[in-house]
Design a protein around this ligand. Structure first.
Ligand code: NDP
Ligand code: 8X3
Length: 253
């Protein structure tokens, strides 16, 4: 199938996990790709595996200057972005709020909130002008369901949800669509990053259960993007069959 032939998609955080899987599936569907991330070698290695033309952008989405200058100087054949997958993001640590690191909190806010906003604001005017576009934001179940140590990470994903809904309000009547995809547990490098390279602790997160794969989420993203232009999927929440909800945390005396 080549339903996205003639489309250009930009995926942030394409060096790993969900972003890498989204880039692959969008390319397999015919889109040309702009691949964004900080690890240059991984971007080029992914580019070599894509069946369509691609352009690599080595940048930190949390740097407004880098985002603005790179996106303002895209090669002409990649300049009209139709699909933006705002995927770059991370959790750092899982300490209770009164013990958490302020540096970790700032890094999550800079990437998950500010980075997402910078990239969106840079690409949205072109989408509106061409009356064609789709912004897919990677939110999380953590936006809705709090858990111990989720604190600022959950709050950043709640920001992603509200920003997505408010974008939708501004874009009503245009053919620019907005979707907030909210995954539960997906086995990627997410937990390795969260626990700062502690592979044993990261592995325990998925022990004895079957997590989602990055490809499962890429499927969902592709499905949202390939609906008819009149259809906007506002929010989509996806969990592994093995994941459920915790009870209220009542401290009994
Ligand atoms: P990974 O750690 O595997 O991938 C994260 C990606 O984000 C990497 O490509 C990384 O690239 C990129 N990234 C991080 N910081 C920056 C930055 N400052 N600038 C540019 N790129 C950056 O995790 P996932 O694939 O799991 O995570 C992708 C998204 O999905 C995140 O937003 C995450 O919050 C969300 N999510 C993940 C879930 C999970 O269980 N895995 C569940 C729900 C949501 P590089 O380091 O090369 O810059
Ligand atoms: C990632 C899912 O439950 O680890 O967004 O916060 S969770």
């Amino acid at each position: 199938m080549n339903t996205l032939q003639g489309w250009t998609a930009l995926v942030t955080g394409a060096t790993s996990g969900i972003g890498e899987a989204c880039a692959l599936s969008l390319s397999q569907e015919g889109a040309r790709l702009i691949l964004v991330g900080r690890r240059e070698e991984r971007l080029h290695s992914l580019a070599a595996r894509l069946p369509t033309p691609s352009h690599c952008l080595v940048l930190d989405v949390g740097s407004r200057e880098e985002v603005d200058s790179s996106l303002a100087s895209l090669p002409p054949e990649f300049a009209d972005v139709d699909v933006l997958v705002n995927n770059a993001g991370l959790a750092l640590g899982q300490s209770p709020a009164h013990e958490a690191s302020m540096d970790d909190w700032e890094a999550m806010i800079d990437t998950n909130c500010k980075g997402l906003v910078y990239v969106t604001r840079a690409l949205l005017p072109g989408m509106v002008r061409r009356n064609r576009g789709h912004v897919v934001n990677l939110g999380s179940v953590a936006a809705t369901y709090p858990y111990p140590g989720g604190n600022v990470y959950g709050a950043t994903k709640a920001f992603v949800h509200q920003f997505s809904q408010n974008l939708k309000a501004d874009l009503a009547g245009t053919r620019v669509r907005v979707t907030d995809v909210q995954p539960g547990m997906v086995e990627t490098e997410f937990s390795l990053v969260r626990f700062k390279g502690d592979a044993e602790r990261a592995g325990k997160v998925y022990e004895g259960m079957e997590p989602l794969t990055a490809a499962d989420i890429a499927d969902v993203v592709l499905w949202c993007v390939t609906r008819p232009p009149r259809v906007n999927i506002n929010v989509i929440e996806v969990m592994p069959a093995d994941q459920g909800f915790g009870p209220f945390n009542v401290k009994r005396r």
